[in-house]
Structures are given as structure tokens and as C-alpha cells.
Design a protein around this ligand. Structure first.
Ligand SMILES: Nc1ncnc2c1ncn2[C@@H]1O[C@H](COP(=O)(O)OP(=O)(O)OP(=O)(O)O)[C@@H](O)[C@H]1O
Length: 217
């Protein structure tokens, strides 16, 4: 569970996120919605501790992370969460397999980790048999699916996604929405910034960033 209490974020002198109080519950998909430029990505980044907040606090499991040390925040990123962001967080010069498992010999190219599970998550995300390929060969939509494969492999407890279906065709969109649903059904927290009507429809809670309104289905 991720909770924002009275959170405001300024970029320069501009208040981009204003006094947000929001709980993103475990087992639910929460959509951050609103017109372009209203602050969805900024709020998503603040909820993921990628951006400092200027007012208020972010809580994870009742622990106030606004006061956390750098090492506590790093542990949160490494052990608890996964990000599917617009700039992907994918290492282009590494293989697909490495990008999922994040394990290999220091100077080798061999993919390490749990290979059966790696192949399973690649199949789930429509990237079967591509573990040896360089990530730079993937399209934008494939890279987003690769980031989701990493999140599933990692068993992340909180998933942050920024416009995750923006560059997908209808078939892959459906597949990815179903995977997000599975994630939430396992009891994990899913937070998604999106304009996609089909994805919004699949969410349990919608938060309108501009008006600070919450709609629960
Ligand atoms: N690094 C930055 N420097 C200056 N302004 C920024 C920066 N990041 C965001 N902004 C501004 O903050 C506002 C909110 O941006 P944000 O990306 O959070 O909006 P968004 O709702 O996610 O938009 P979109 O739907 O178009 O992705 C915008 O006006 C944007 O120009």
C-alpha cells in the first residue's frame, strides 16, 4: 500500500502536484488520470520516491519514506517495487534476458538467474525466445513489455507504470492489461498513469490529478 498525504511537488516555481491525498491499496489497480500536462507523471514519480516532495509525505506500509535515508530508499527500489516508465529503464546494450533477471557474469554475456522463470515471464509478455537478443533491437512497445517482464520476474510488490499501453496494438494492450490485473489479484499494488480508456476501465480506482477527485468503482 502506498499513501500520499497532502503531497505537493514544485518544479522550479510551478506547483505541478497540489495537495494530493491518496491511498493506492494492495490488491488494486489505481489509475492517475487527467489531461496532458496535469501532473500525472510527476505524481507517479513522487509516489515512487523518484522525486522529492515539497510538502506532505509518502508512506509505504505505514512507514514515512519522506524521512527515509538514501539506503532505505535504495532498498525500497531494489526489493519492493518495479517501474515501467516512459524512458523504460531498459539497458539497451544488454540482452533481453539480462534486463529481466539483472544477473550475469561480470564480464560475460551469458544470462543467469532462474531460466525457467525467465522463459515463463517472456512468454507471458509476448517476448518468447528473445532472451539472447540485445534490448536495443526491441521496439518501444516491446521495451515496455520487457519492463513488465522484469517486474513479474522480480515479484515486485508495487508496480508503477507510466502510459504502459501507449505504443501497443489492441491485442498486446489486452494482454498487458490482463497481466496488470493478475498482479493486483496477487495482492500487489498497481499504480498507472494513463489516458487509455480500456486500461482506465480495468482499474479499481481512478484519481483525477487536476481536481484531486477519487472515483472508486
Ligand atoms: N523537468 C521538468 N522541468 C520543467 N517542467 C516540468 C518538468 N517535468 C514536468 N514539468 C511540467 O510539469 C507539468 C506536469 O508534467 P507531467 O509530465 O507530470 O504531466 P502529465 O499529466 O504526465 O502529462 P502527459 O499526459 O502529457 O504525459 C507540465 O506542465 C510539465 O511541463
Amino acid at each position: 500500500m502506498i499513501r500520499a498525504e497532502g503531497v505537493s511537488v514544485f518544479i522550479g516555481k510551478k506547483e505541478v502536484v497540489s495537495d494530493v491525498t491518496l491511498t493506492c491499496k494492495a490488491g488494486e489497480m489505481t489509475a492517475l488520470i487527467g489531461p496532458s500536462g496535469c501532473g500525472k507523471t510527476t505524481l507517479l514519480h513522487a509516489l515512487g520516491l523518484l522525486l522529492p516532495v515539497n510538502k506532505g509525505a509518502i508512506f509505504y506500509k505505514e512507514h514515512n519514506y519522506t524521512k527515509a535515508s538514501t539506503s532505505q530508499i535504495k532498498r525500497f527500489w531494489q526489493q519492493e517495487v518495479a517501474f515501467i516508465l516512459q524512458d523504460y529503464g531498459i539497458m539497451d546494450e544488454e540482452s533481453v534476458g539480462f534486463n529481466v533477471t539483472m544477473q550475469k557474469d561480470l564480464f560475460g554475456k551469458k544470462v543467469k538467474g532462474d531460466l525457467a522463470r525467465l522463459r515463463d515471464v517472456l512468454e507471458q509478455t509476448g517476448l518468447s525466445n528473445r532472451e539472447q537478443e540485445l534490448a536495443s533491437y526491441l521496439s518501444g512497445g516491446e521495451k515496455q513489455r520487457l519492463a513488465l517482464a522484469r517486474a513479474i520476474y522480480k515479484n515486485a510488490k508495487v508496480l508503477y507504470a507510466d502510459e504502459p499501453t501507449a505504443s501497443l496494438d489492441a491485442k498486446n494492450r489486452e494482454k498487458i492489461i490482463a497481466l496488470f490485473r493478475d498482479f493486483a489479484n496477487k495482492g500487489y499494488t498497481v499504480i498507472i498513469s494513463t489516458h487509455d480508456a480500456a486500461l482506465i476501465e480495468a482499474c479499481d480506482v481512478c484519481y483525477e490529478v487536476q481536481s484531486n477527485r477519487i472515483a472508486r468503482k
